[in-house]
Design a protein around this ligand. Structure first.
Ligand code: DC
Length: 222
C-alpha cells in the first residue's frame, strides 16, 4: 500500500506542517509537495505583473513554471498576503488542482496545505491536521524570519505580537473564504504541536500512519 500512499497534512500557518510533511516523506520514502508554495508562486507572479490585490490571478496560475517554485523571494510578508488573496479565488484553485492530484496519484506522496484532506485528496487513507496555539505559531514564524541576537525581551515580544497579528488575519481569511477553506477533514487525526518537538511530532505521525495502514490491510482481507 505504501507504494501509492497519499498522506494529507493540513493546518493553519506556521503549525509545523512543512517540517512534519518533509520528515514524513523522507521516513516513508515518498515524494513531498508543499502546496502553499504553489499559491505563493502565483501570488508572486501576480505582484510582479502589477495586478491589483484582488485581481483575477488565474492566468498566473495557469502559466506557473517549475522555476517559479525555486524563487528565493516566496516567503516575504508581502507574498504571505498575496498568496492568501490568490488562494481565495476559485479559478486559481481550479488551475492548481490537476497538478496536485497528478503529483500524488502515480507514486503516492505527502502533501501539506489547507485543503489536501478535504478537496485535493478527499480519499487519502491518512489525513493529519497539525495545530498549535497562536502564540506558539507566531514565535515559530518570527524565529524563522528574524535573528533574535541583540534584541531586548520587550522589543522581541512586540515583534512577535506583530507577526501574531499577521498570522491571525491570514488564518481568519483562509478559514472564512468560500473556496476550499482551511478546515480539518472529518476523518483527520489532529496533532497539537504546542508541547512537542519536531521529533515527537514525527513519531506521533508515523504511529498514526502505521495504524491506518494496518486498518486498511485488515479491511482488505476481511
Ligand atoms: O502554507 P503557506 O503559508 O505557505 O500557504 C500560503 C497561502 O496559501 C496561505 O495563505 C494559504 C494558501 N494555501 C491554500 O489556500 N491551500 C493550500 N493547499 C495551501 C496553501
Amino acid at each position: 500500500m505504501s507504494a501509492r500512499l497519499v498522506v494529507a497534512v493540513d493546518g493553519p500557518a506556521a503549525a509545523g506542517k512543512g517540517t512534519l510533511a518533509r520528515a514524513l516523506a523522507a521516513a516513508l520514502d515518498l515524494p513531498y509537495l508543499d502546496t502553499g508554495l504553489l499559491y505563493r508562486a502565483v501570488g508572486r507572479r501576480a505582484l510582479d505583473a502589477g495586478l491589483p490585490p484582488s485581481g483575477d490571478a488565474s492566468g498566473q496560475a495557469r502559466a506557473l513554471q517549475p522555476a517559479d517554485l525555486l524563487r528565493r523571494d516566496l516567503r516575504t510578508p508581502e507574498v504571505d498576503r498575496a498568496a492568501s488573496l490568490v488562494a481565495s479565488q476559485p479559478s486559481v484553485r481550479a488551475a492548481l488542482l490537476a497538478f496536485q492530484r497528478g503529483f500524488g496519484a502515480s507514486h503516492g506522496a505527502v502533501l501539506d496545505g489547507r485543503d489536501i484532506g478535504t478537496v485535493v485528496f478527499p480519499d487519502a487513507p491518512v489525513k493529519l491536521f497539525v495545530t498549535a496555539s497562536l502564540r506558539a505559531r507566531a514565535e515559530r514564524r518570527w524565529r524563522q524570519l528574524h535573528d533574535a541576537t541583540g534584541l531586548d525581551p520587550a522589543a522581541q515580544s512586540a515583534a512577535i505580537d506583530a507577526v501574531q497579528a499577521e498570522l491571525q488575519a491570514r488564518d481568519a481569511a483562509d478559514a472564512a473564504r468560500q473556496a476550499a477553506p482551511l478546515r480539518a477533514a472529518a476523518d483527520a487525526v489532529w496533532i497539537d504541536s504546542d508541547r512537542l518537538d519536531a521529533g515527537a511530532v514525527l513519531r506521533e505521525a508515523l504511529r498514526i500512519v502505521e495504524a491506518r495502514i494496518a486498518e486498511a490491510r485488515a479491511a482488505e482481507t476481511a
